[in-house]
Design a protein around this ligand. Structure first.
Ligand code: ME8
Length: 646
C-alpha cells in the first residue's frame, strides 16, 4: 500500500489556540483524509512544542510548576484537535520520552562527527519568536518579525555548522524546484542562502526548561533544534521503522517559519545522512482586519468560542458547527496566501453554500423520495448517462486541486456539481412528471440526484467528515475510496426519511446576535478588555477606513426574474468571480428582467445577507436615482466579474 507522511508545525503552548493556528492543522487534516481516500496509508502528525523560554516564563507568571503547566496546556490543545475532528496518527509532545531520547541521540551524533562545536554567542534573542538575531537583523533595535523588544545574550553554547552545508543546500534547491512551495517562498530561501549562511547556536546556558545537552548538563538544547527533530521522532528515528516511514511527503508550515524548515532542518538531515522531506508548503496567515491574528496583538478569534456561538445561535450541534468552520477555512481564499477572517463571510458561506445549495439539494431530494416513491416503483433507477462525463471529469479535477492544496478551487468545482443538480430539478420539473404519471422519467431524475449526492458527499468528506457521513446515512449509501466513485444507480437501498434539515438557514436577527458576540472577542492587547470604538469624525464626514470597509465588486447577471406578487422586486442570480450569488433588488419598476441578463453591475459584496420575501439576498447592487428615474451603475467597458472597485 502506498504511504503518505504529512506533518504540521508543532504549537507553542504559552498561548491558547487561536483560529490561525488551528487552520494549519485543519488544512493538514483535509489533506490527510484525502490521501486516505486515495487508498494510501497515512502517517499524520501534529502536536505541541513545549520547551522554550516563553513557556517557562508563562508558567512562572501563573505561579505553576512548568511540568504541570505544559501537561494541562498540551491536554487542552489535544482536546481541541479532537473536537475539530483532526485524524492525527500521532499527537507529539516535545516532552515525550521517545522525543527526548531522539534529540539527545542526534545532538550527540552531530557533536561526535564535528558538526556541532562549542563556541560563544554574543548577540540578540527574541523570546516571542525564540530566535537568535544579528545586530544587522534588528529594525529600530527591535525584532524584525514581531516588532517586540529583544534581549542581549552573551553566553557560551554549542553551534551547528550550518555554513558547511550552504553549497549542498543550494544544489538541492536547484535539483528540486518544487521542494518549497509556493514559488515565492522558494525564491526567498534561495536568496537567503546565496547571501551566505552562518553557523547557528543550538543550545542555551541560561534556559533551564529544555532537553539537557547529553554531554554538558549546564546547557539545554535550543528549542528550535529540539522542535524540528519532532518529525524524526514521529517516524521512529533510531528504530527499524525509520527506514520505512522516513522521509515525509510534506511538511505543512506557516510562512513565518520557512528558514527553520527550508534551511536549518534540511542541513541537519544532510549532516545525519538522512533523506530530505519531499515537499515543504508554507501557507499564509489568517488575519483579523489586515493584521496577523496573534495573542500579543490581542486580535485572536477563539475557535472553541466560535464553534459554541455558531452552534447556539444557528441551532446546529457542535460537530456541524465544526464542519461549518472547517468549510469556511478551506473555502475562503487561495491556500498559501493571507486571508482576512470575517464572521459575516462565515455566515454568508453557511447560508448560501451550505444551507441554500447543499442543504436544499439534499432536502428536496429526500422529500421527493418520500412523496413519489410509489410512482417510481418498477422503473430502473439509473442515473442520466448525459451527466456521467461531467461528474467523472470533475472528480478528476477536484482530485488534482486537493492534491496540490488548492482546497478552495476543489470545493468550488464540487459546488458547481451541486448547482448543476439543483438546476436540473428546476429544468426537469419532477412534480410535473409525477402529475403526468411519467414514472420512468421520474425514476431517472431521482436516481440522478441520488447518484450525484453520493458523489458529492464523498468528495466533501476530507473537508466536512460529519456532514459527509450524515448525508450518506440519509441517502443510505456509503463512503468509498476516491477511485470507486462510478456513475451508477443507487441499488435496492433507497432513502427512507423524507427530510433532513442539516443546515437551518440563519435569520437576520440571529446574524446580528452572532456578530455582536464575535465583536466582543476583539481585545485590547494585553488587557483582555474589548477595544474602544474607533473615533468618529466630526460633521458627518467619514474616514478612509469607513470607505475601505465597503467591498464593491463587479458582477455579471446570469439570471433575472420577478419576485412573485411584487412589481418592485427582481431576483438576480449573479456571478462574482468564482462565486455565484442571489441578490434581490428593488428595480422592478424600471427594468424588465430580460434586458438585465448578461449585463455587468456593481454590487456591495460584503453586506450582511438579509431575507426579502423569503429569499436570502447576498449583497446589494448600486443604482443612481433622481426623482422617478433610475439607472444601474455599470463598468464603462467589460471587465472580468469579481473585479474590485477602488
Ligand atoms: O512557530 N494564521 O509555533 P507557533 C495561520 N513552535 N497560521 C498561523 C497563524 C495565523 N494567524 N499564527 C500561527 C512555532 N500560525 C513553532 C513551530 S515546528 C518544528 C515548530 C502557524 O505556535 C504558524 O505559521 O508560533 C506555524 O506554522 C504554526 O501556526 C505554529 O506556530
Amino acid at each position: 500500500m502506498d504511504r503518505y507522511f504529512l506533518t504540521t508545525a508543532i504549537y507553542y503552548i504559552n498561548d491558547r489556540p487561536h483560529l490561525g493556528s488551528v487552520s494549519e492543522t485543519i488544512a493538514a487534516d483535509f489533506l490527510a483524509r484525502y490521501q486516505r481516500k486515495l487508498g494510501k496509508q497515512v502517517l499524520f502528525s501534529t502536536g505541541t512544542d513545549e520547551h522554550s523560554q516563553k513557556v517557562e516564563r508563562t508558567a512562572l507568571a501563573l505561579g505553576q510548576p512548568v511540568e504541570q503547566y505544559t501537561q494541562e496546556a498540551a491536554a487542552s490543545w489535544k482536546a481541541l484537535f479532537d473536537k475539530l475532528e483532526i485524524s492525527y496518527s500521532r499527537f507529539i509532545r516535545t516532552t515525550d520520552a521517545d522525543h527526548i531520547r531522539v534529540v539527545q541521540e542526534i545532538f550527540q551524533k552531530l557533536y561526535d562527527q564535528g558538526d556541532i562545536y562549542k563556541g560563544s554567542y554574543d548577540g540578540w534573542y527574541c523570546v516571542k519568536d525564540e530566535a537568535f538575531l544579528l545586530e544587522s537583523d534588528l529594525v529600530d533595535g527591535k525584532c524584525p518579525h514581531c516588532g517586540l523588544e529583544v534581549q542581549h545574550v552573551s553566553e557560551i553554547n554549542y553551534f551547528f555548522r550550518l555554513s558547511k552545508y550552504q553549497d549542498a543546500l543550494l544544489a538541492w534547491y536547484e535539483q528540486h524546484p518544487d521542494f518549497v512551495q509556493p514559488q515565492m517562498r522558494y525564491n526567498e530561501l534561495v536568496n537567503v542562502m546565496r547571501g551566505g549562511l552562518r553557523d547557528v547556536s543550538v543550545s542555551r546556558s541560561t534556559v533551564k526548561w529544555g532537553i539537557p545537552v547529553p554531554f554538558d548538563t549546564d546547557q539545554t538544547v535550543y528549542v528550535w533544534f529540539d522542535a524540528l527533530i519532532n518529525y524524526a521522532t514521529v517516524a521512529g528515528y533510531g528504530t527499524d521503522r525509520f527506514a520505512v516511514d522516513w522521509p515525509p511527503d510534506l511538511h505543512l508550515i506557516g510562512k513565518d517559519i520557512t528558514r527553520f524548515h527550508g534551511i536549518i532542518w534540511p542541513a541537519m538531515l544532510m549532516a545525519l545522512n538522512a533523506p530530505l522531506p519531499k515537499h515543504i508548503f508554507a501557507h499564509g496567515f489568517w488575519n483579523f482586519e489586515g493584521e496577523k491574528m496573534s495573542k500579543s496583538l490581542g486580535n485572536v478569534v477563539d475557535p472553541s468560542a466560535l464553534i459554541a456561538s455558531l452552534s447556539n445561535l444557528i441551532g446546529i450541534d457542535e460537530p456541524m458547527a465544526v464542519d461549518t468552520l472547517r468549510y469556511y477555512l478551506s473555502r475562503e481564499g487561495t491556500y498559501g496566501l493571507d486571508v482576512d477572517f470575517s464572521s459575516q463571510r462565515l455566515l454568508l458561506r453557511f447560508n448560501t453554500d451550505l444551507a441554500n445549495d447543499l442543504g436544499n439539494l439534499l432536502n428536496r431530494t429526500l422529500n421527493m423520495f418520500g412523496k413519489f416513491r410509489p410512482q417510481i416503483t418498477g422503473y430502473p433507477l439509473e442515473p442520466k448517462p448525459a451527466l456521467s462525463e461531467l461528474f467523472t471529469t470533475t472528480v478528476a479535477a477536484v482530485s488534482s486541486d486537493y492534491g496540490s492544496l488548492q482546497f478552495s478551487a476543489g470545493l468550488e468545482k464540487t459546488w458547481m456539481l451541486i448547482n448543476v443538480l439543483n438546476k436540473m430539478i428546476e429544468d426537469d420539473k419532477p412534480w410535473a412528471l409525477a402529475r403526468d404519471g411519467n414514472g420512468e422519467a421520474l425514476a431517472t431524475h431521482l436516481a440522478t440526484l441520488l447518484t450525484g449526492i453520493w458523489y458529492i458527499a464523498n468528495m466533501i468528506e476530507p473537508c466536512m467528515p460529519t456532514v459527509s457521513s450524515r448525508i450518506l446515512t440519509a441517502i443510505r449509501r456509503s463512503q468509498v475510496p476516491w477511485g470507486a466513485l462510478q456513475w451508477r444507480g443507487p441499488g435496492a437501498e433507497l432513502p427512507e426519511s423524507t427530510s433532513t434539515v442539516l443546515f437551518p438557514r440563519v435569520q437576520p436577527d440571529q446574524l446580528e446576535e452572532f456578530l455582536a458576540a464575535q465583536a466582543t472577542r476583539k481585545t485590547v492587547p494585553g488587557t483582555g478588555t474589548p477595544s474602544p470604538e474607533p473615533p468618529r469624525t466630526e460633521s458627518g464626514l467619514i474616514s478612509i477606513d469607513d470607505v475601505t470597509k465597503l467591498q464593491l465588486r463587479v458582477a455579471t447577471i446570469l439570471e433575472a426574474e420577478r419576485v412573485p406578487k411584487t412589481d418592485k422586486l427582481i431576483q438576480l442570480h449573479v456571478k462574482v468571480g468564482s462565486e455565484e450569488r442571489t441578490i434581490v433588488a428593488g428595480i422592478g419598476k424600471h427594468y424588465d428582467p430580460a434586458v438585465l441578463i448578461g449585463k455587468q453591475i456593481v454590487i456591495v459584496a460584503n453586506l450582511q445577507p438579509r431575507s426579502l420575501r423569503g429569499i436570502t439576498s447576498q449583497g446589494m447592487l448600486l443604482a443612481a436615482s433622481a426623482g422617478d428615474e433610475m439607472a444601474l451603475l455599470t463598468p464603462m467597458s467589460p471587465i472580468p466579474d469579481g473585479a474590485e472597485i477602488h
